[in-house]
Design a binder for this molecule. Structure first.
Ligand code: MG
Length: 256
């Protein structure tokens, strides 16, 4: 195995603490010449912010190793659309990713040519009303970074982007044309190209069947589900189940 693709939340860390043994394991992978790529559906931090978050846990990563559903969405949209105005729901890091990719971001729903939704922890009635206005336009392209219903919190699950998509769906009767983060094939293609990954020599490690494991299957890699995060189903028996179920990422060297 030459490449390990890692989920972050619930796999590398929980909240602000690394999962036990994980910093040492990542260092050991690097010492063995195995490359790492970090892939998260969390678009609320920039790549640089993830680098420093990981650094504080004793994990060394380069910005080029980090992909968020926000950076993937920005890359995809900038390749597909050039001069359109994007009405975006999300947080600062997501807006910055879109702008850095050369996209024009508008806060005026009437002036928008594309709608894109990421997690916005300040999402409110006014934002929902604006989304409804933007989506009144027939056939306006509509994308989302991810559709996770929840994300891990300190003690309880917290709402994620899927909850916002649900509110929009009820109001506007539209579902996104495409989800661009995990588990999309689009994300797999972008990462495979940028990181020069040969899927047969890679493994995806994550804590969710519906995002991480599904993503690995689509990319054509081996997959390992870890028990350190939010998904309690832990099953290899379900259709499209993982190749391995591990207590945590700290055990990954046993299967690569
Ligand atoms: Mg996770």
């Amino acid at each position: 195995m030459k490449h390990v693709i890692l989920d972050l939340d619930g796999t590398v860390y929980r909240g602000t603490e690394s999962v036990s043994g994980v910093p040492q394991t990542i260092e050991s992978l690097h010492d063995s010449g195995i490359q790492t790529t970090f892939l998260t559906n969390n678009a609320t931090l920039s790549r640089e912010e993830f680098v420093s978050k990981l650094y504080q846990m004793g994990i060394y990563a380069e910005p080029d190793e980090i992909f968020t559903s926000g950076t993937i969405t920005a890359r995809y949209l900038s390749a597909k659309f050039s001069s359109e105005s994007v009405f975006a729901i999300g947080e600062t890091a997501f807006y910055t990713a879109l702008q850095e990719a050369g996209l024009e971001v508008t806060t005026d729903p009437e002036a928008s040519d594309i709608v894109v939704v990421a997690l916005d922890r300040d999402f409110d009635y006014e934002t929902l009303s604006e989304a409804l206005i933007a989506l009144e336009k027939d056939q306006i392209p509509y994308f989302a970074t991810n559709s996770d219903p929840t994300r891990p919190g300190e003690n309880h699950p917290l709402p994620s982007t899927g909850s916002i998509l649900g509110a929009i769906q009820v109001s506007a009767d539209r579902e996104p044309d495409q989800i661009l983060g995990k588990p999309s094939k689009i994300a797999a293609n972008i990462i495979q190209e940028k990181r020069e990954i040969e899927p047969s020599e890679a493994i995806v490690v994550g804590d969710r069947l519906t995002t991480d494991i599904k993503f690995g299957k689509r990319m054509g890699t081996k997959t390992a589900l870890v028990k350190s995060g939010g998904d309690r189903s832990y099953s290899k028996a379900v259709p499209d189940g993982p190749d391995y179920v591990l207590e945590s990422l700290a055990k990954v060297e046993q299967v690569i």
